[in-house]
Design a protein around this ligand. Structure first.
Ligand SMILES: Nc1nc2c(ncn2[C@@H]2O[C@H](COP(=O)(O)OP(=O)(O)OP(=O)(O)O)[C@@H](O)[C@H]2O)c(=O)[nH]1
Ligand SMILES: [Mg+2]
Ligand SMILES: [Mg+2]
Length: 280
């Protein structure tokens, strides 16, 4: 069939294919969450329910997109790592970013009342998104370390800041008190002035959250006194250190090439929503 005279407009589309064989990281970040958190009365500096909601949204993304192998979240942002062999949408950036952002945003609205049953959602939370390719596992890990260090630095500062404000300082006085202080000084301040041991603050605040398919040995049956185990994968949310080698050595399958089949086989497929029987 002859092409229509209008087909030439396709030539204006730009190629946004992401580099092959690289780790793709898609990071979503809440748009104007400084305001969103105020309007919805989030606790300062950390609102547990808000963070748990973010984690549920990340789980929804991981469940839906099999190429996502690891997620890291802090504050109003979440990073999604897609395996380097990912060929979804021929690795087109605009398609991948918009898929993750829309899944995440829609989940946020859908799950809101589950986490904030007493607070009406005043307007839709929106998220921006970007994709960056990392050519090696070591650079990918540096990226994740950067986000976790950021989480730690911000949390330590914010914890001190809001404690000082809570004790009667103005925000300007609190800012001045903390200006140029080292991590040690902040830890001492928390301990001496407020009797808070920084290491006892919930890990979700200090370390952020990770979401991934964890491989676990599961007993499937006992046959003639012999325990039969099988490796199964379950989606988990944890608050581990991902800067040092320990986590990655213990879970080397997460970034291993070719681990897809084992992980996917072990996971139940997400249930398709049932249509009402009255529909044609
Ligand atoms: N009270 C409270 N605020 C939070 C919490 N998590 C995130 N926020 C707010 O969300 C902001 C996130 O920072 P940014 O993403 O840099 O800023 P933003 O206002 O979202 O602006 P853009 O991302 O540029 O659109 C923080 O500065 C806080 O004001 C929380 O648990 N409690
Ligand atoms: Mg933001
Ligand atoms: Mg942010």
């Amino acid at each position: 069939m002859a092409n229509s005279k209008y087909e030439y407009v396709k030539g204006f589309e730009q190629n946004d294919t992401l580099l092959p064989q690289t780790w793709i990281v898609i990071r979503v970040d809440g748009r104007a969450f400084t305001r969103f958190s105020q309007v919805h009365g989030f606790e300062k500096p950390n609102d547990m329910q808000a963070l748990l909601l973010m984690n549920e949204c990340a789980k929804a993304v991981l469940e839906d997109i099999s190429d996502v192998v690891f997620c890291y979240g802090v504050s109003d942002e979440y990073s999604f790592v897609l395996r380097r062999t990912c060929t979804l949408y021929q690795r087109r950036a605009s398609k991948l970013i918009s898929l993750v952002v829309s899944l995440f945003s829609a989940s946020y609205a859908m799950k809101w009342t589950q986490f904030f049953p007493e607070t009406e959602l005043q307007y839709a939370a929106t998220f921006d998104g970007r994709a960056v390719c990392y050519p090696s596992e070591s650079i990918l890990r540096d990226y994740l370390s950067w986000r976790q260090v950021d989480c730690h630095i911000n949390n330590q500062y914010n914890t001190c800041f809001w404690k000082l404000v809570g004790s009667g300082m103005s925000t300007a006085e609190a800012q001045n008190t903390l200006k140029g202080t080292t991590a040690d000084v902040k830890n001492n301040l928390l301990f001496e002035k407020f009797k808070i041991n920084y290491n006892n603050i919930p890990p979700i605040f200090r370390k952020g959250s990770i979401v991934y398919r964890k491989q676990m040995d599961e007993v499937v049956k006992v046959e003639k006194g012999e325990v039969i185990k099988r490796l199964r994968a379950h989606i988990v949310v944890e608050h581990e250190d991902i800067i040092h080698d320990g986590f990655w050595t213990a879970h080397s399958y997460i970034l291993a090439v070719g681990s897809k089949n084992k992980q996917q086989q072990a996971l139940p497929r997400p249930a398709k929503p049932k249509l009402p029987s009255s529909l044609p």
